[in-house]
Design a binder for this molecule. Sequence first.
Ligand SMILES: *[C@@H]1O[C@H](CO)[C@@H](O)[C@H](O)[C@H]1NC(C)=O
Length: 350
Amino acid sequence: MGESNSFSLILICMCFLQVIVGDDQLAPALYAFGDSLLDSGNNNYLPTWAKANYYPYGSTSFRFPTGRFSDGKNVADFVAEFLGLPLPPPAMSPESSGTVTGLNYASGSCGILPATGGILGKCLNLDDQINKFQSLVEGELTHHFGSKKDLLNYLSKSIVIFNIGSNDMGAYPLSGSTPQQFAQILLDHLSEALKRLYGLGVRKVVVFEVGPLGCTPGVAKMTPHFGLCSESTNQFISVYNTQLDATLKDLTSTLQGSSFVIARYFSLGLDIIKNPSKYGLTDTRNPCCEALGDGTSSCIPMVPGCKDVAKHFFWDGVHQTEAVYKIESDQCIHNSSFCSPLSIQGLVEL
Ligand SMILES: *[C@@H]1O[C@H](CO)[C@@H](O)[C@H](O)[C@H]1NC(C)=O
């Protein structure tokens, strides 16, 4: 009796969602902002050395190099699949024009601060990304929806994800500030960007913590204790993540009707690296592809990746494998202690 009741309740809820957004979509759109952890090919269109548009990138799920800095899909892709949406195309691609199911603005090597990543060429920093989204809302989307009410309804139900900040961490040693001060500079900037999105009508936002970068081959090899996860780097990142959590809570309580969710990736990443077998992995130390700079950087072009990519944590010297992005995505979609205080499932049901 109880079981059949809750079953029909689920059916009613699902029909209700379908009436709102149509088809089998759980949200009308997914928009992604950030760096190479989410980039789906924006850097293909920019003059930069930070590119992943060559073999062996993309060789797992796509079987061709899309510009994603992994062997396959990233977190934006897995979240889009869960929502029943197409994978958000890179906003820089001419073919993305007219897409109303979401776009990807993330750009490899860029960060929160405008100066971050510039050494490698042109990339879309946080402000560039928000500016482009604002143009989309005020131009194409305003046209598409006709009425302001329909546009705001669409924006308020859309899901937005951020993974940004990793590339800014490198500027800390040069900043001459304390970890707390430097983190606050980044978060003031991020906070302004999130308020701009709210001002445009966005309500449901997930922001990923910066991961344990001290454990990446790129960082760890430069420290005396390679393989042990550089303590000082990770401690600094923890300070940033703690302040990020406070910033998001503050935004949620001050901006009416908003939900700013934190994805607690730092601890998960560290746990996967330290206890690989818990997650079905065997190697959480060496990149799967043959990477430049003695395994610390991008994949060497045209050299095949390892045979057991799904058992590796690192795809190249910096980025994770699709297998790891899948673990993160599943956690954020379903676990409200990981994506907190609401999982993506929870955000959808709001
Ligand atoms: C949910 O997330 C928390 C925080 O990351 C973690 O401790 C817990 O094990 C996760 N639960 C499941 C079922 O994965």
